[in-house]
Design a protein around this ligand. Structure first.
Ligand code: 26W
Length: 812
């Protein structure tokens, strides 16, 4: 089949789709219909290419990776697919005939926002690299009817609006009603010991829910592979009570199905904070069970025997949320395939690996034991057995050391600990940056590290550089193509060749121009959407990430307030005009995060009312930050704020997207920043603040924020100004929190890092006046960013953890 139709063929296929699905012709079609027609025609190409790829994978008997994640933050697909397939030109040419172009159709596609932040976006970037590198891979997640809420800001207050994405997003999904599995909840488990010594398991009064797969094809760049992401939707087994329906009781008839279907209604919007809700546990088991059943079924269909599973299948759990695949695989192997415990356990532990994404204690998942037993009785029995066997082993390693054993135990004090389960059953456990992986073995998993020395590894995160550089910053990609050729698109480490142009004035000027053009484009977009203005001649200083105290948007705000006070004292104060841009969603129940949004918004409003000051200082809170907004904003960013308290941010990936687009990082020695410093050199990144060891020491010795307050007149004025507040709203609660008048001091130590941050920021913005110097630093960041591509991360996972090989016979 022809994967590369020409413009005429593309035009023909769009026309056919319009006629068939909308009964309309190109000239009469709406933009939305044209978008859908394009998407459907692209899907046809992917389907065919996928079928060829699958045949090849099976013929070569290749091992597959199954990547399980409760979140996949995909964003839009049309643009990525067209660029990956190198078909954008043909489509544009065809669409020109119909009086439109791709750029306007892209905007019709809703973001698939099936994730909160870093963890979900990483999963999406990894699928891109897995495919581009020709590895056979399948992602598993849930088909949430509502993705992450849409954010409206009204008078500085975040309002959450349901995110209805399916009407425009479902063109990419293929329902596979031939691959439905059943997932069981609740009820009673009966063990019937048979004469042959086997134990037969039966269930009474349990609830069975159908898992219906919706598959999305994942394209890669310049490769043979098309992989898939399988999203499970919950469906009531009884579908419909016909009896009631015919009696005219419509609502009653539907009632039962609504209960089951609530499972995949909505994504939990909290990032880094678990609530231990029954529905969440059910979602996790639903994902784990359906996916594991699907993996085993597919393996048996190709190989016909279960013992080769670890040779042909690798299952990766993206944090602990899908960890119930461990007892679920045990269940299938023992109950359905009649394997004995040891054989089953051997298969499981050679198949599963686990990445940890956070050390924040409130994000480490635990479930109440009684709730768990009630909802998942068979899985509970299996966990008990895993735990008992583990504890025996731990006793041998640490005889008599109850404390240690209880720390590592899966079940203790009425709690089920998912991280412990994940470590015990995985052949490899990794963190997501060097620092984070080190912290894991030094703290959270210290005892496990003693027992299982070789199990721990590090794979530093990476980003889909094609999406985040090539496709979203075409001007910069064009300059790179001219300077170093197009090789870096396939092999991002060759971006390093760009360093040869560090002293080339023409290239540096071009870089400056491109950044300026991107700033103008963003300012225009912002103006179109909000009616407000931002000055493209000011420095674009960007902090984009979930709103969390540990990420310290508040520290950024405090520094802005210090600049504002300085300008109010002396409106003639000469400074580099600055625009501080924030994009962040707060978890709906996270009050402090919402107060910080309010502070930023009030500050913004107050400054906006001052015609003199706003020429030099502007604060912008961007509503509804999501993947598509990130793609528009990041190419225009000049300063990247990565200012979390050292030791708290596992990696960060936004930092990488900004770096590869030439922004200068101001950051602490946290997460991936540490490795960015190594890659780019200290003259090209602005590092400030306490390092992780110093944070720990200060915490242990007792952090007293008032000492920092007392020592620094500027800081005193900044904190005091919160009491009067901004735009008529007092923020004395935040002042109180920072100073810990009552209770515990701000655990993220904003005041401890304030002065160091302020000075670093000042000296960085002073450098901006020297255009050549700035552009050179920017160029060096781009040249050093290749290491932070997901292609590199995925190769590391494939070689060291999954033992995976790409398909051989590359046929594109
Ligand atoms: C509600 C429970 C919960 C707990 C943790 C939901 C989500 C999480 C995630 C693990 C939080 C998360 O997204 N972590 C981020 O993962 C990124 C990818 O590795 C890292 O770059 C970020 O530093 C880390 O915060």
């Amino acid at each position: 089949m022809n994967y590369k139709p020409n413009a005429r063929e593309v035009g023909e296929s769009i026309k056919q789709k319009l006629a068939r699905y909308f009964g309309t012709a190109p000239e009469e079609a709406t933009k939305d219909q044209l978008y859908k027609a394009c998407a459907m025609s692209v899907k046809d190409i992917l389907t065919q290419k996928r079928s060829d790829f699958r045949t090849q994978v099976n013929r070569e008997g290749k091992k597959r990776i199954y990547y399980m994640s409760i979140e996949f933050l995909l964003g839009r697909s049309l643009k990525t697919n067209l660029h990956n397939l190198e078909l954008a030109e043909a489509y544009n040419e065809a669409l020109a005939e119909y009086g439109t172009d791709l750029d306007s159709l892209y905007e019709c596609e809703p973001d698939a926002g099936l994730g909160n932040g870093g963890l979900g976006r990483l999963a999406a970037c990894f699928m891109d690299s897995l495919t581009s590198l020709d590895y056979p891979a399948c992602g598993f997640s849930l088909c949430y009817e509502y993705g992450l809420f849409k954010q409206r800001i009204i008078d500085g207050v975040q309002i959450e609006i349901p995110d209805v994405w399916l009407p425009g997003g479902e063109v990419w999904l293929v329902p596979r009603t031939d691959r439905i599995f059943k997932v069981r909840f609740g009820g009673t488990v009966r063990e019937n010991w048979r004469e042959d010594g086997r134990c037969e398991i039966t269930y009474e009064d349990c609830e069975e829910i159908e898992a219906v797969p919706y598959d999305m094809m994942i394209s890669g760049y310049d490769c043979a592979a098309v992989n898939q992401l399988r999203l499970w939707k919950a469906r009531d087994i009884h579908h419909f009570n016909m009896g009631l329906f015919t009696q005219g009781q419509y609502t009653k008839a539907l009632e039962k199905s609504t209960n089951a279907e609530i499972l995949t209604k909505s994504l939990y919007p909290s990032d880094n904070h678990i609530e231990g809700k029954l529905l969440r546990l059910s979602q996790q088991y639903f994902l784990a069970s359906a996916s594991t059943q699907s993996i085993v079924r597919d393996h048996m269909a190709v190989y016909g025997r279960i013992d080769t599973l670890p040779d042909k299948v690798s299952i990766h759990i993206n944090d602990t949320h899908p960890a119930l695949c461990i007892p679920e695989l045990m269940r299938i192997l023992i109950d359905d395939y009649t394997l004995d415990w040891d054989t089953a356990w051997d298969i499981v532990t050679r198949t599963v690996s686990y990445t940890n994404h956070t050390v924040m204690p409130e994000a480490l998942e635990t479930w109440q034991e009684d709730l768990f037993r009630f909802r998942l009785p068979r899985i509970y029995m299996i966990l008990k057995e895993i735990n008992e066997r583990f504890c025996k082993q731990a006793w041998e390693a640490f005889p008599g050391n109850w404390n240690r054993i209880s720390n590592m135990s899966i079940i203790s004090y009425g709690q089920i600990k998912m991280a412990n389960l994940s470590v015990i059953a995985s052949h490899t456990v990794n963190g997501v940056s060097k620092l984070h992986s080190q912290i894991l073995v030094d703290t959270v998993f210290k005892d496990f590290y003693h027992m299982y020395h070789n199990r721990f590894d590090n794979v530093t995160n990476g980003i889909a550089h094609r999406r985040w550089l090539c496709f979203s910053n075409p001007q910069l990609a064009g300059l790179l193509d001219e300077c170093i050729g197009t090789q870096y698109r396939k092999d991002p480490k060759t971006l390093s060749e760009f360093i040869k142009f560090a002293d080339d004035k023409t290239v540096l000027d071009r870089l400056g121009e491109i950044k300026y053009n991107n700033k103008v484009a963003f300012a225009n977009y912002y103006n179109r959407i909000t009616g407000r203005r931002i000055d493209p001649n000011s420095v674009f200083d960007v902090q984009i990430k979930r709103l969390h105290e540990y990420k310290r948007q508040l520290l950024n705000a405090l520094n802005i307030i210090s600049l504002y006070i300085r300008l109010k004292d002396n409106p003639n104060f000469q400074m580099q005009p600055m625009t501080f841009l924030f994009g962040a969603k707060a978890a709906p129940g996270y009050d402090m995060a919402k107060r910080i949004i309010k502070l930023i918004c009030c500050l913004s409003e107050e400054i906006e009312k001052d015609p003199v000051i706003r020429e030099k200082l502007r604060v912008v809170f961007l509503e509804d930050y999501n993947v598509s907004l990130a793609e528009k904003l990041i190419p225009s960013a000049e300063i990247s704020e990565q200012i979390s308290l050292a030791g708290k941010e596992a990696s960060g990936t936004g930092c990488m997207k900004l770096m590869i687009n030439g922004a200068m990082t101001i950051g602490t020695l946290d997460g991936a920043n540490v490795e960015m410093l190594d890659a780019v050199g200290e003259e090209n990144i602005s590092i400030f603040g306490l390092n992780a060891k110093e944070v720990e020491a200060l915490w242990l010795s007792g952090y007293r924020s008032v000492l920092f307050y007392g020592d620094n007149a500027i800081l005193r004025r900044v904190v005091d100004s919160l009491n009067i507040g901004f735009n008529g709203e007092s923020f004395s609660d935040i002042a109180g929190y920072l100073l810990a008048g009552y209770g515990i001091a701000d655990p993220y130590m904003c005041l401890a890092d304030f002065e160091s941050y302020r000075l670093a920021h000042l000296s960085l913005t002073e450098k901006y006046a020297d255009k050549d110097l700035w552009n050179k630093m920017s160029l060096k960041n781009i040249a050093a960013a290749g290491h932070f591509a997901a292609d590199r991360s995925i190769r590391e996972y494939a070689d060291r953890i999954w033992k995976l090989k790409p398909v051989d016979g590359i046929k594109k």
